[in-house]
Design a protein around this ligand. Structure first.
Ligand SMILES: Nc1ncnc2c1ncn2[C@@H]1O[C@H](COP(=O)(O)OP(=O)(O)OP(=O)(O)O)[C@@H](O)[C@H]1O
Length: 599
């Protein structure tokens, strides 16, 4: 739906793409009658005459039930409440988008160095709307805004309104998608930036394959989940051209982890500038193109220079060594804190709770650190049984109709759907296949922890002539490499050899990490090593931390837990000083068990 005809703009019957045509406003006065001075974007319906400056929008956004002549953009019905917004001043009605004012065009051109034709191409428009204004005089005010329109498959999905003082507002209830997403659908390369003006800056220097992330420097990349296959899978090169402040660097790290470090080139702008638009304004188009050209090519696989590690080095430089993330279990946090890019190996006698304790670690990382997890756990099938176990830990009580409500059922299923993915490759359980699926989970869903439970379910293909020790060394190397390249924590469950009975007591000896069946390389090559040791006669489970590769992540020691059979949770406790005495809750805790919901 458009008004081109009504406005006298001849589009020669075309309905999509960009074109030039004669300007109905100045053509009659022109001596060069052949000059097609009007640029028209038939997708965004915007037009601009490079001769007389006439510009505007011929769009009539004809959503369902809309008629010709209806306002351009209708606010979806407000969802949720906005307490700072007095009811009478709530944005209401349909703020109509129209042509940019002369002042706006001049400001974009002179202050941001974005030429008018780029604004037209990108469908930037004008609207006067009520904006939430922060500061002393909190409230809503009517403001003249630039409208950045977010299209997907040519359809308007959302609009970001921006006033001259950088107040922003998105359409309520509308989907958040990257800005200009249609432009990168089939391109071999693309540029990711952190703001609409940075995207327009690249368009101004001739790169159309640029998108802006939807939530600024927020490194929670939910939007990437649904776009990673359709828009990024085929990309050969992805330029990350985000801000150089701390948040921007965090975003950059997460983007390259999700999109694959081996095809991401990170753009920098020199000491003085923090983003693409600043560089364009200060140094001009050639400098911006040069910054793109100079972005380091991903390193040759297996080789590293300080430049390749610049981002991580900078983090180290600014924040020092990390001490790893805590699980929120005081006795264990004291001796072990986990970090991505590492391998944690878990062993213990069959039935002592290795898988259960691994689930405890995973769910604590999900609920406390907002991580996402992937499992290769063929033992834990059918998968719904495993989910039911995870649900019990999350809810704090049994996952059965008599104990949980329908609302809890829905909540926990929603939560797990967003956080946990299981890999069960059809028949092909080779390490290569399992890790390649896990890598897809990193790219598509941003998992940060990947569990292999247990080692012996992998279809190990030991090359002829290789010893078992040599093979396990190379297996552990593959896990370490996967963990490092994908910034994931890999958790490997591995069984011990058959343990002897202790003379006299006939109790099975507690294995150590060196007892893992096959080779000492499990212990030698892991970053963290723990043994799960269930001591039923005392009513406790010991977690023996036998190794943390670096001191900043902990030290050797053990932590005692009570296991709650109703929800599968491990609660820290103080072990009885002598057999037969009562287990006590952990220092300061009132109860031995916890049943409060985690989600
Ligand atoms: N301390 C405990 N007290 C009672 N039951 C437990 C305890 N720890 C685990 N369990 C239960 O024992 C069963 C086996 O646990 P899990 O599968 O985690 O052990 P595992 O060490 O991984 O065993 P395997 O080596 O056979 O895979 C599960 O049903 C689990 O809920």
């Amino acid at each position: 739906m458009d008004r081109f005809k009504e406005l006298g703009i001849d589009t020669h019957g075309r309905t999509s793409g960009k074109m030039k045509t004669k300007c109905p406003w100045c053509h009659a006065q022109r001596t060069d009658k052949r000059d097609k001075s009007l640029s028209v974007n038939l997708d965004t319906k915007l037009y601009l005459c490079h001769y007389c400056g006439a510009h505007g929008s011929a769009a009539i956004y004809a959503g369902k039930g809309r008629k010709l002549g209806d306002p351009l953009v209708k606010f979806p019905t407000a969802t949720g409440s906005n307490s700072s917004c007095p009811p009478t001043e709530k944005p209401h009605g349909d703020p109509e988008q129209g042509a940019l004012t002369q002042k706006q065009i001049e400001w974009c051109r002179d202050v941001r160095h974005i030429p008018p034709e780029v604004l037209v191409e990108a469908g930037v428009a004008f609207a006067s709307i009520s904006m939430p204004i922060s500061g002393k005089e909190k409230g809503w005010e009517k403001r003249d805004c630039l409208c950045f329109n977010f299209f997907e498959n040519g359809e308007l999905v959302n609009t970001k309104f921006r006033d001259s003082q950088k107040h922003f507002k998105l359409l309520q209830g509308a989907r958040t998608i990257p800005y200009n997403i249609d432009a990168i659908r089939d391109t071999p390369e693309c540029i990711l930036v952190e703001g609409e003006f940075d995207a327009l800056s690249y368009m101004a220097v001739g790169r159309t394959d640029v998108i802006s992330v939807p939530n600024g420097a927020n490194s929670q990349l939910d939007w990437l989940d649904e776009l990673s296959e359709s828009h990024f899978e085929q990309k050969q090169v992805i330029y990350l051209s985000v801000d150089t402040d701390r948040k921007g660097r965090e975003l950059c790290r997460e983007l390259s982890r999700r999109l694959g470090v081996d095809r991401c080139r990170i753009v920098t702008y020199g000491e003085a500038y923090k983003d693409a638009n600043e560089l364009l304004v200060a140094e001009g188009p050639d400098a911006l193109l040069k910054a793109l050209e100079d972005a380091p090519i991903p390193r040759l696989e297996g080789t590293f220079t300080a430049e390749d590690l610049r981002e991580r080095l900078h983090q180290l430089f600014e924040e020092g060594y990390t001490s790893g993330v805590e699980l929120g279990i005081p006795n264990l946090d004291e001796i072990m804190r986990l970090e991505t890019g590492r391998v944690l190996t878990v062993t213990g006698i069959p039935g002592h709770g290795k898988s259960d304790f691994v689930d405890e670690i995973v769910l604590r990382l999900c609920t406390r650190q907002d991580w996402r997890a992937g499992y290769f756990s063929p033992e834990n099938t059918p998968i719904e049984y495993h989910h039911a176990k995870l649900a019990e830990k999350l809810l704090g009580h049994r996952f059965r109709k008599d104990f949980s409500t329908e609302e809890e059922f829905a909540r926990v299923v929603d939560y797990l759907s967003q956080r946990v993915w299981h890999i069960l490759p059809d028949g092909d359980f080779t390490l290569g296949n399992v890790l390649s699926k896990a890598r897809e989970l990193v790219h598509r869903h941003g998992i940060r922890v990947f569990v292999i439970d247990p080692y012996n379910y992998i279809n190990h293909q030991i090359p002829a002539g290789m010893t078992e020790t040599g093979y396990i060394g190379s297996f552990m190397n593959s896990l370490a490499r996967f963990a490092r390249l994908n910034s994931c924590l890999v958790i490997l469950v591995a069984h011990p050899r058959k343990m002897n009975k202790q003379y006299g007591t006939q109790k099975t000896e507690v294995p150590t990490m060196y007892d893992i069946n096959g080779s000492a390389n499990f212990f030698n090559m892991t970053d963290y090593g723990i043994v799960v040791d269930r001591q039923d006669e005392m009513g406790i489970v010991y977690i023996h931390v036998e190794k943390t590769r670096f001191r900043n992540f902990g030290t050797k020691g053990n932590a005692a837990f009570c296991y709650d059979v109703t929800n599968g949770r491990y609660s820290p406790c103080t072990p009885p000083p002598e057999p037969g005495m009562q287990v006590q809750p952990w220092k300061g805790a009132k109860d031995l068990f916890s049943s409060e919901g985690w989600i």
